[in-house]
Design a protein around this ligand. Structure first.
Ligand SMILES: [Zn+2]
Length: 188
């Protein structure tokens, strides 16, 4: 098996855990046969819905593919010192909304984030030829002779957040069903 189907789609990491709405991280282990073993910990409880995984490599969260076989082993009990705290923005288990979206709807949302980046978030940032240039971007140093001001730093964080969400949407879309043009609601 080349890559475990439940490995992190963003960094390829296999050090992952189950994140669920009513507690933080439940132990999990990706097995060589493509299945996942889910363990117990003191906080574990039953949860109905798609399994959300948390990657310790890059702190991303992503849905476990429906094809992955789940096994349970109540002796698998691991402490994770790097787990995000409940009030941490990286905490992924508490307020997840499951939305049934068509691939083309995800594409439209990702494109809306591109537009938001350019037209709403980057008024204080250098733009050229349809692109916003942050200091760490490729060719960004051509546009940044001085350190960013405080207001520009805030704008940079906003752009980075929008970009990360757009990447997340596109990666999940491609992983689950592949690229797809923007969805248009059918007219009556
Ligand atoms: Zn990762």
């Amino acid at each position: 098996m080349d890559k475990h189907p439940a490995a992190c789609p963003f960094c390829g990491g296999t050090d992952v855990n189950v994140a669920q709405p009513d507690y933080l991280l439940r132990p999990a282990r990706l097995n060589d046969d493509g299945s996942i073993t889910i363990g117990e910990n003191d906080d574990a409880s039953d949860f109905r819905g798609l399994t959300l995984l948390h990657c310790h490599g890059c702190c991303s969260s992503y849905a476990q593919p429906a094809s992955v076989v789940e096994r349970f082993d109540d002796t698998l009990n691991v402490e994770y010192p790097d787990e995000p705290k409940r009030d941490d923005p990286a905490y992924v288990g508490a307020d997840v909304v499951w939305l049934p979206l068509r691939a083309g709807q995800v594409t439209r949302l990702a494109e809306a984030l591109d537009t938001q980046e350019y037209w709403d978030l980057a008024d204080l940032l250098p733009k050229n030829n349809g692109h916003v240039y942050l200091p760490d971007d490729e060719y960004g140093d051509r546009y940044w002779n001085d350190d960013p001001t405080d207001a520009q730093r805030e704008a940079i964080e906003e752009v980075e957040t929008a970009r990360a969400l757009a990447v997340f949407l596109r990666v999940e879309r491609d992983r689950q069903v592949g690229d797809h043009p923007p969805y248009t609601f059918p007219k009556d």
